[in-house]
Design a protein around this ligand. Structure first.
Ligand code: GLN
Ligand code: ZN
Length: 794
């Protein structure tokens, strides 16, 4: 008998019940007891769904009040000592303080969970860290499930992945030095699970899908030797990429089973088959836990049948990873087009797919003939649908040439022409695009969406917001203006709604961090731009001023990265289609007289594959997509791009290869560390390192920004330097925005003056120092609770 199971279920609730409850608790409107009750209900509902689907055990321990890594820290008892909390007596209020900060302490750092859009709280470790045990919430959840008479498979983050994902503020600290202590804690946890009669525990070690050096590889054998013999069987779970590189090592560990991700890395199956110990379980992830498409059950069954013949009841069937990364249920999608809806499976529907696969294996295909036929029909409909394939797009794709990715002249020639045309002062000032999204703006958009505001009234209100933003920028004395993005709810949705091939859900929420969820749009078909998207707005904004108005677009890689993407063609092809759509928009903006166009690519870094060997291929098509979107314009037209949310030093050559005339980039949080990288690499084009952090309401002083600019001049020639904040200003209020920008403009003017006083050759004397070391930091963007915009966080 093949078994079916899942690695985890979304915890947020089909209607984001957890978010609502968390946020009312934070506002003091809900008691801890009432919040806990919401948790009970959600867990019960999710276990019930797993039971109805006939799963052989329900997953428990996948619930977390904020984040699974933070909950693991609370379970192990290794909370950052700076908070002074007693882990064994931690209240929910204190747990949230760790995640969100309190008056005395900043929040724990948050960063992306592997290559997903989910963020975890980074454990803070040092030599004094102890793992003496913390709260019993995990055991409570398990008892709760057991009391309902359910077979339970607890889910834990494994000790090595936990340490890998942790950080230490002590330079050079070896996190693995804590291994014996942390393993002892896991021993105690497993023993307590065994006491409850638990048979199997899933222990997640996705670190096995990363590039691990010998030191980290060597940690597995002693750790798992100590975890054997606690009385429970261990299923070692890997996901998000191939673990085949470490299969030989893993197969020697004293665990009883392995889970592998065959959606992301189907090629790893053979490697595992060869090394699988003769009595070990192989759990195969065949239902996509990262995407929303219905599984082609017939195709998957063809893969499973020989495996089943070979392994019998040692074959387990599962989604590729936890279903955390998919929305809860299709049931509440009323407005989604029926045909498109028939191609989709959210978490609940994926449970049903497992049921069908399990029955097909155990009872024979005939037992589920109707379900298989329905699956075939859905696949056929998707393959043949006129909504998916667009002949026009196919024709354009076939006609793409290499030259379409190249500007007419190299940067050194373009910039001369741009300087002639644009007539900007040295150290030009600009902003990243959005201005404060006031309550009035949000209400205007919402009323328009509900149909309560006529098109004309809406247009008028948006235009008056644009005018307001333009006048304020003129008064501030900024050099390159923006229209302020009042008409945009979100930088992907706004464009997706105007493109063919995109669908939007009502409730397709996925947890991003804590109570924040995103609702990624779905790219289901060939992407095509039927008509201009931003031209009228930008033209209007330009008509209000004699200064330069920058056109604002979202780039193809970010559009791709923050959407659910097609699985019936390579990501690269979808990116190319998006690039062609943006390219058309760029051309139309240029025709409308717009001389500066910014194509935002904040998500380019986060698209990097987990394994370094796959980086080059990704970067090649990602850079090409960006270039195709940008390169149609004449030399005089200046292309900007903007990046944030990450450290970029490890992909600088690719950023340079994008060949934008100007890049504005988030740097202020890393105190311009990034600039060392740009300086050492000798970044060839113009650059605007953010001189102030827009994530904080604090108004930076003129002196502070001047200092940063002077530091920037040490590594970037001042002739190529721009002055701007580090991201869009949509989350800020006007008062602080105007104060900060006024100071920023003053800082730019002060530096111009300073340089001017030193004589004409001062630009040259401020030439960059060379030889600065490239910062090797690979870490992702650190999100704080005030993070601006990752998809449509809400
Ligand atoms: N142009 C966008 C804005 O200013 C860029 C947002 C982003 O980088 N995340 O809001
Ligand atoms: Zn940004």
């Amino acid at each position: 008998m093949a078994r079916i199971h899942i690695l985890g279920f979304p915890r947020i609730g089909a209607q984001r019940e957890l978010k609502t409850a968390q946020e009312s608790f934070w506002r003091g409107e809900l008691s801890e007891a009432a919040l806990r009750q919401v948790g009970v209900q959600l867990r019960q509902r999710h276990w019930q769904a797993q039971k109805v689907a006939g799963l052989n055990a329900v997953a428990a321990g996948d619930f977390a009040w904020y984040d699974q890594m933070l909950s693991t820290s609370a379970l192990l008892g290794c909370l950052p000592s700076r908070f002074g909390f007693d882990a064994k007596a931690l209240s929910l209020g204190q747990y949230f303080e760790l995640a969100r900060g309190n008056t005395a302490q900043p929040a724990m750092e948050m960063t992306k969970w592997f290559d997903t859009n989910y963020h975890y709280l980074v454990p803070e470790l040092d030599a004094q860290t102890t793992f003496d045990g913390g709260v019993d919430w995990l055991f409570d959840d398990i008892d709760e499930a057991l009391s309902q008479g359910l077979p339970v498979k607890p889910v834990l983050i494994g000790p090595i992945t936990y340490l890998w994902l942790a950080k230490s503020h002590v330079a050079g600290f070896d996190r693995l030095s804590l291994l014996p202590k942390i393993v002892a804690a896991y021993q105690r946890i497993l023993a307590r699970l065994a006491d409850r009669g638990i048979a199997w525990v899933q222990i997640d070690e996705p670190a096995l899908c990363l590039d691990l050096d010998a030191h980290w590889r060597a940690a597995f054998a002693p750790a798992y030797a100590d975890l054997a013999g606690t009385g429970v069987k261990l299923l070692l779970a890997t996901y998000f990429d191939t673990a085949a590189d470490h299969a030989v090592l893993a197969a020697q560990l004293p665990v009883q089973g392995f889970h592998i991700d065959l959606v992301r890395a189907p090629q790893q199956l053979d490697a595992w088959r060869q090394v699988l110990p003769k009595d070990a379980v192989l759990s195969v992830g065949v239902v996509d836990g990262r995407n929303i498409w219905r599984t082609d059950l017939r195709r998957v069954l063809a893969l499973l049948q020989p495996l089943h013949a070979e392994l019998g009841d040692r074959l387990w069937v599962a989604p590729s990873c936890s279903l955390l990364h998919t929305p809860v249920s299709l049931a509440s999608e009323q407005k989604l087009d029926a045909e498109i809806k028939s191609w989709l499976a959210f978490a609940t529907e994926k449970l049903h797919e497992l049921t069908v696969l399990g029955r097909a294996l155990n009872e024979g295909e005939a037992a589920v003939a109707a379900e298989l036929a329905a699956s075939d029909a859905a696949q056929a409909s998707r393959r043949q649908s006129g909504r998916v394939v667009n002949a026009l797009v196919q024709k354009r794709l076939a006609a793409v040439t290499t030259s379409m990715a190249h500007r007419a002249s190299p940067f050194t020639q373009r910039i001369e022409k741009q300087r002639q045309t644009l007539q900007l002062p040295p150290l030009p000032t600009t902003t990243i695009g959005s201005f404060p999204q006031t309550a009035a703006i949000r209400q205007t958009r919402a009323a328009h969406k509900r149909g309560e505001l006529s098109a004309l009234d809406y247009l008028q209100r948006i235009r008056s917001e644009i005018e307001l933003a333009v006048r304020k920028q003129e008064d501030l004395g900024l050099d390159v203006l923006v229209h302020g993005e009042a008409e945009r709810n979100d930088m992907v949705e706004y464009f997706g709604e105007q493109l063919w091939g995109y669908a939007f859900t009502e409730n397709g929420w996925v947890q991003s961090y804590g109570s924040r969820c995103v609702k990624p749009p779905i790219i289901y078909g060939d992407v095509f731009r039927p008509e201009p998207m931003t031209v009228e707005t930008t033209r209007y904004a330009q008509s209000l001023t004699d200064r330069l108005m920058k056109g604002m677009l979202t780039g193809p890689v970010t559009m791709l990265q923050w959407s659910f993407v097609r699985d019936d063609q390579p990501r690269e092809t979808t990116a190319l289609q998006l690039a062609l759509a943006i390219r058309d928009e760029v051309s139309d903006l240029e025709k409308a007289g717009i001389k500066v166009i910014q194509i935002d690519e904040p998500a380019i870094r986060e698209g990097l594959p987990l394994r370094q060997r796959d980086w080059a291929a990704y970067l090649e098509w990602a850079v090409r997509a960006f270039k195709i979107s940008a390169a149609s314009v004449k030399d005089e037209t200046q292309i900007h791009t903007h990046m944030c949310y990450a450290e970029f030093n490890d992909i600088l050559p690719s950023i340079a290869a994008m060949d934008a005339d100007v890049i504005t980039i988030e740097t202020s949080r890393s105190a311009m560390e990034l600039l060392d990288g740009f300086g050492a690499f000798d970044y060839p084009n113009e650059i605007g390192p953010g001189v102030y952090d827009i994530h904080s309401p604090r108004v930076p002083g003129v002196e502070a920004m001047l200092k940063l600019l002077e530091r920037a001049c040490e590594v970037i020639p001042p002739q190529r330097l721009w002055v701007n904040p580090d991201c869009g200003l949509k989350t800020r209020g006007w008062i602080e925005t105007e104060a900060a920008l006024s100071n920023m403009v003053k800082a730019a003017k002060a530096l111009r003056l300073k340089i001017g006083e030193q004589g004409d050759d001062a630009w040259l004397r401020l030439a960059p120092r060379t030889g600065a070391a490239i910062n090797p930091a690979l870490s992702n963007h650190v999100h704080s609770a005030g993070c601006n915009d990752c998809g449509q966080a809400a």
